[in-house]
Design a protein around this ligand. Structure first.
Ligand code: NAD
Length: 307
């Protein structure tokens, strides 16, 4: 099918590539010229704005970094809302249910269906077409977009209410934020006590302490010291804040999420918002006086323990 795609970053690029590989006809746009060129080289047609994409495709997907960027792309002056051909806008970004509701209401005035479709599974999942895709919105709109969604992962329809899929995604991400921070904290503690971090991760993965962090993030980006998992610390802070905004509005307990927000805000201050979120371990290493991954002084030396 003809698919528009706006936002070709860490997640958007591999998703657009999957669509092209599955023989969808992709019309793409990104504000960064080099991001657009990369997908055009794979066979996508370039567009000059989100409106231009929406002038040329019935179904437009977007993967954008902030709620403000999603609002702009959906409803701004050169947004998809002004497109002539668009029938449905599928937002794959994590933007929270409040912004999803705003986008839904504004697009509804132009008879454009908003489908809320945040994803989970990281860059690795996007590259393999193995994302978990949480979907809310009218079922008919979802069914129309389904061939595109199935090219990038497995859709889970969670309900018709606008923003419901965002709530599901934020619940998922706050848990992921917790287990990454908690796994980093216990591994630093173990290394300080004399345990080998690689052995710790192996044991955790065979035992009841296994998490998405011990299974995936530690072996891929922390133990080798590459810190290149592909998710920015600033995005993690955004997601935890969006979760808390929703939880507080609902009046439910937030003790754990409140603590985890403070922790991730400190990581963003310390490492910068553009740092990879696996650098969460660095302030902990510094405070403990140990190094879990390879020491910069001894590249290739995997299990260095500092003073
Ligand atoms: P990213 O910053 O790597 O990519 C965003 C892209 O959007 C960039 O290429 C940027 O140039 C482009 N962009 C920004 N404003 C734009 C605009 N107005 N018009 C057109 N293009 C614009 O971010 P990402 O890591 O790919 O994440 C995208 C979304 O997916 C975020 O909401 C994030 O929370 C979510 N997400 C990310 C991951 C991950 O592992 N990276 C996993 C699940 C969900």
């Amino acid at each position: 099918m003809r698919v528009g795609f706006v936002g070709l970053g860490n997640m958007g690029f591999p998703m657009a590539r999957r669509l092209i590989e599955q023989n969808h006809d992709v019309v793409a746009f990104d504000t960064r010229e080099e991001a657009l060129e990369r997908v055009v080289a794979l066979g996508a047609r370039p567009a000059s704005s989100p409106k231009d994409v929406a002038d040329r495709a019935e179904t437009v997907l977007a993967s954008l970094p902030t709620p403000a960027a999603s609002l702009e792309v959906a409803t701004g002056a050169a947004g998809v809302i002004a497109g002539a051909r668009i029938e449905r806008y599928v937002d794959l970004s994590t933007i929270g249910s409040r912004t999803a509701g705003q986008i839904h209401d504004r697009l509804a005035q132009r008879d454009i269906v908003a489908i809320d479709s945040p994803v989970s599974g990281g860059v690795g999942g996007a590259e393999k077409g193995a994302l978990a895709i949480m979907v809310s919105g009218p079922r008919a709109g979802f069914e129309a977009a389904r061939p595109a969604l199935e090219a990038i992962g497995r859709p889970f329809y969670v309900g018709a209410k606008p923003g419901l899929a965002q709530t599901m995604k934020l619940a998922n991400n706050v848990l992921a934020a917790n287990v990454l921070a908690a796994t980093a904290e216990v591994v630093v503690m173990g290394v300080k006590a004399g345990l080998d971090p690689a052995v710790m991760i192996e044991v955790l993965n065979a035992g009841s302490g296994a998490t998405s962090a011990s299974r995936d993030k530690f072996p891929r980006a922390i133990l080798p010291g590459t810190f290149d998992y592909g998710f920015a610390t600033g995005l993690m802070v955004k997601d935890v804040r969006l979760y808390l905004e929703e939880a507080e509005a609902l009046g439910v307990p937030t003790d754990v999420a409140t603590t985890i927000r403070r922790l991730w805000e400190r990581v963003a201050d310390d490492q910068g918002p553009d740092s990879d979120f696996t650098t969460v371990i660095k302030p902990l290493e510094r405070a403990a006086g140990v190094t879990v991954g390879p020491s910069p002084a001894q590249p290739g030396h995997l299990l260095h323990r500092g003073g």
